[in-house]
Write a protein that binds this ligand. Structure first.
Ligand code: CA
Length: 507
């Protein structure tokens, strides 16, 4: 297939994006000459757009021209007025239920079944939960020793991961929205990769008490909880943690992978460091893989409220019931209000890097972001960090911030994340280490050969189909989930801090 200079996504579009930088005065097509240099991924006007008229990409209005735009002009972030966001009242649901999904090459994977059912693990990890940040220093010393002295005895255990976080004390624990961080931390205790082994390190005087973090059934076995204030000094604390870890590791070491149906797999989709190609190459390829997974019975979550807000009516059309659509609307309203309280709106989302990558505003970013959800019906909508009750494509409402979305999806039960990027980020998750990076353009892959797992760049240049890269990604997901392959983030142990979403006040 021939390389192309411009990508136009929808017939109705009056702009296209530059596949590579185009110099001013370049004859890009029979009747189009660029009037300025067009940076890679940035938009060029395909026709004259008078002041006040819409600039259209993906067939939707990105904004209105603040001044006259001439044919061949470079369109940047300063030239558009943001449209008002679509109303979430009276959205139409069930109008676009697609059941003709791409056929997956396989319908099973090799995973770790869990004692209490639920999703299977993709890795076998001792997760050590904490009630409060105060214990982190001691726990980190103990974890270093556990890894050096104990882990080598248990070859079937992949890692030891402390669930360190900034929550737990000095917070308004009874504020209504405190339910979000508490739910996240409670659900993380039982992450599918942790094999049902509960281990908690507490301080003793914190607001997030052991009783608030754990179910009664998990508290009563004394071998599940260590309270540092009950230990006689530092050595005793570290010894107690190591002794408990030794017992848990011995149990986890019995776990083995089994061939399981893909309905036991739960993965998350996220993007970060997006550019204008993300919605053309990386995200649609991820959407294709998501459709294959859903067709095989798997659960796929996509998130990031501010990055779907401007396209929410398209998501509503894919909701299977009024109940699902109503919850979608409620989550959008909650977030609108949350942003209003901070005196901002969704326009605070695009980063300098997004803009450099040609995304001029949040509408453009959102339309590209939604593409990663493919075309499957949406069977459930979750509040941040909630556990799903259905299998299939799920909208899990979370902040768009990479390092906050990740822990929310982890708490919801994902055991693998697919991460699309245009600008590049070395992001990773310790509790679900298989984070697979998909980049949107060839230059990104060339720059980060050893960090990007899948290159969707050939879709942008017209040298590959979305189905080609989508199938490659599907196969990578299965191999990595099954432990037969590793993503680069896992190989190098690139682990971000767990930034637990806390919309409630800190005291
Ligand atoms: Ca993100």
């Amino acid at each position: 297939m021939a390389k192309r200079l411009l990508v136009k996504v929808n017939e109705a579009d009056n702009v296209a994006i530059a596949v590579k930088e185009i110099k001013a005065g370049t004859q890009v097509s029979e009747d189009l000459v660029t009037r300025q240099d067009i940076p890679q991924a940035h938009k060029v006007a395909l026709e004259r757009i008078p002041k006040g008229q819409p600039v259209i990409r993906y067939g939707v209005i990105l904004g209105y021209a603040l001044e006259d735009i001439e044919k061949g002009d470079w369109i940047n972030e300063f030239m558009l007025e943001l449209p008002t966001p679509p109303s979430v009242d009276d959205m139409k649901y069930g109008k676009k239920i697609v059941t003709d999904l791409p056929t997956p090459p396989v319908t099973t994977f090799e995973g770790y079944r869990n004692p209490n059912g639920g999703y299977a693990g993709t890795r076998n990890i001792l997760g050590i939960s904490t009630t409060v940040q105060c214990v982190t220093g001691v726990l980190n010393v103990a974890v270093k020793r556990i890894k050096e002295e104990l882990l080598p005895k248990y070859p079937h255990v992949d890692d030891v991961v402390p669930i360190n976080h900034a929550y737990g004390c000095g917070v308004a624990i009874n504020a209504p929205e405190a339910k979000v961080p508490i739910r996240a931390l409670r659900n993380l205790v039982h992450h599918p990769n942790f094999g049902g082994q509960v281990m908690v390190v507490a301080l003793g005087c914190e607001k997030l008490t052991v009783e608030k973090l754990l179910d009664e059934a998990d508290i009563s076995p004394p071998e599940n909880v260590i309270v540092l204030q009950e230990q006689k000094g530092f050595d005793a604390m570290v010894n107690a943690i190591m002794e408990m870890a030794d017992k848990k590791l011995a149990i986890l070491n019995q776990r083995r992978r089994e061939t399981l149906p893909l309905s036991d797999l739960c993965i998350g989709m996220q993007c970060g460091g997006s550019d204008a190609f993300s919605g053309v190459s990386a995200n649609p390829s991820a959407g294709y893989a998501a459709d294959m997974l859903v067709n095989a019975g798997a659960t796929v979550m996509f998130s990031e409220v501010t990055e779907v807000r401007d396209g929410v009516h398209y998501i509503a059309e894919r909701c299977v019931s009024k109940e699902v659509c109503d919850k979608l609307a409620a989550e959008m309203k909650w977030y609108d209000h949350y942003l209003e309280e901070g005196n901002v709106d969704r326009s605070a989302n695009p980063t300098p890097g997004n803009k450099k990558g040609g995304l001029c505003n949040i509408v453009e970013k959102a339309m590209g972001s939604i593409a990663k959800s493919g075309s499957s019906p949406i069977v459930e909508v979750l509040s941040p960090a909630e556990r799903p009750s259905k299998k299939g494509l799920i909208y899990a409402a979370t902040p768009a911030s990479d390092i906050v979305c990740g822990p929310c999806q982890l708490a919801s039960g994902i055991t693998l994340q697919v991460f699309m990027t245009g600008r590049g980020t070395p992001y990773g998750l310790a509790a679900a280490p298989p984070v697979i990076k998909v980049c949107s353009r060839n230059e990104m892959k060339e720059m980060w050969q050893d960090l990007i797992d899948i290159n969707a760049g050939p879709v942008a240049t017209g040298e590959a189909q979305i189905s080609d890269i989508g199938t490659e990604l599907f196969n990578k997901i299965i191999a990595v989930a099954s432990g037969k392959d590793q993503s680069f983030a896992e190989k190098y142990k690139l682990h971000n801090d767990l930034c637990i979403f806390n919309p409630a006040p800190i005291t």
